[in-house]
Design a protein around this ligand. Structure first.
Ligand SMILES: C[S@@+](CC[C@H](N)C(=O)[O-])C[C@H]1O[C@@H](n2cnc3c(N)ncnc32)[C@H](O)[C@@H]1O
Length: 299
């Protein structure tokens, strides 16, 4: 069966993986319990409590607003470091059809609108393994974000109108049009914290992966250094103001800050990945836990 790596290899490479920007988290910080106080009909949208069936629309509104200025937004929010995190994510996953393998890999990049991760993964597979066969589904709930990805593909003259690459509007919580047991590699970068039901998204990731397939996620996380945390909290207060200056959009940036604060810490998210059925779950904290890479294998 074509898989990105064997389970043993993945476990080994995760253990030995060098930490580019920080140290692994050893302390466990617990989420505020406020999220557990919500009833079944409501959820969080930033700091607000909203009906569950409205969150999707509100998140859609945020990303439609930021779509055309998405790169600027990322650079502002992370001081450009997101590019290093993404490179590290792609190199650490190290996916691609190996020369001795007969079958191409089937990738899915969920919440992948910008195409950053999907194109990076395909470039990596080609440059490192001469893999020009593996396929990629780029899936996003927001058609405007997907258009930005397509535009980028067109501008770079690669992966546009490419039979290997499919752009698809889909909710990552359900992935209705993706068959079960059909993908070798599932990636999601800075997307899952926007899901109304994160656990449903993880369960769906498990469903669409083949046995032996890997779930690999990059997401903002919990800072594990008190001094850095103080600076980070101050930075979070300034961000919406920066958003209004750079993109004339205070509210979307305010939502993004609050969605980061609401997201489970490293240990809690690892438990959710295990709850979905994944084995060998683990994580690497980057830049003192500002963001983390999480993974799990479907056995
Ligand atoms: C911050 S962007 C990340 C884009 C890209 N993965 C990256 O790392 O540059 C978050 C993306 O998540 C998408 N998104 C939010 N909720 C989603 C859902 N339920 N299903 C699929 N995509 C979703 C948004 O439309 C947006 O494109």
């Amino acid at each position: 069966m074509p898989i990105a790596m064997s389970k043993a290899n993945i476990a080994r490479s995760m253990r030995s993986g060098s930490l580019l920007l920080g140290r692994s988290l050893t302390t466990v910080r617990h989420l505020s319990n406020t999220s557990r106080l919500l009833n079944d009909e409501t959820t969080h949208f930033g700091s607000k409590t909203v009906p569950k069936n409205e969150k999707e629309k509100l998140v859609g509104h945020v990303f439609s607003n930021v779509a055309s200025k998405y790169d600027i937004m990322n650079d502002v929010m992370s001081l450009g470091i997101h590019r290093l995190w993404k490179d590290h994510f792609i190199n650490k996953l190290d996916a691609g059809k190996r020369p001795n393998s007969k079958e191409p890999l089937h990738f899915i990049d969920v919440a992948g609108g910008s195409g950053d991760i999907a194109f990076g993964l395909l470039d990596h597979a080609e440059q490192k393994f001469h893999d020009k066969e593996s396929t990629m589904h780029i899936v996003d709930i927001n058609a405007n974000m997907l258009k930005e990805g397509e535009k980028r593909a067109m501008n770079q003259g690669k992966y546009y109108n490419d039979p290997r690459v499919t752009f698809l509007v889909q909710n990552g919580e359900t992935l209705d049009q993706i068959e079960s047991d059909s993908k070798d590699v599932y990636t999601i970068s800075f997307g899952i914290r926007n899901f109304t039901d994160i656990q449903a998204g993880l369960n769906t990731a498990y469903r669409v992966l083949k046995p032996g397939g890997i779930f690999f996620c990059l997401e903002f996380s919990k800072v594990n250094n008190p001094l850095v945390d103080v600076i980070y909290q101050q930075w979070s207060k300034v961000l919406p103001v920066m958003g209004s200056i750079v993109a004339n959009d205070y509210d979307s940036y305010q939502y993004l800050v609050e969605s980061i604060q609401r997201f489970p810490d490293q240990e809690e998210f690892k438990s959710m990945i295990e709850k979905a059925g994944f084995e060998s779950a683990g994580y690497e904290s980057l830049t003192f836990g500002v963001c983390s890479i999480h993974w799990g294998i479907k056995v």
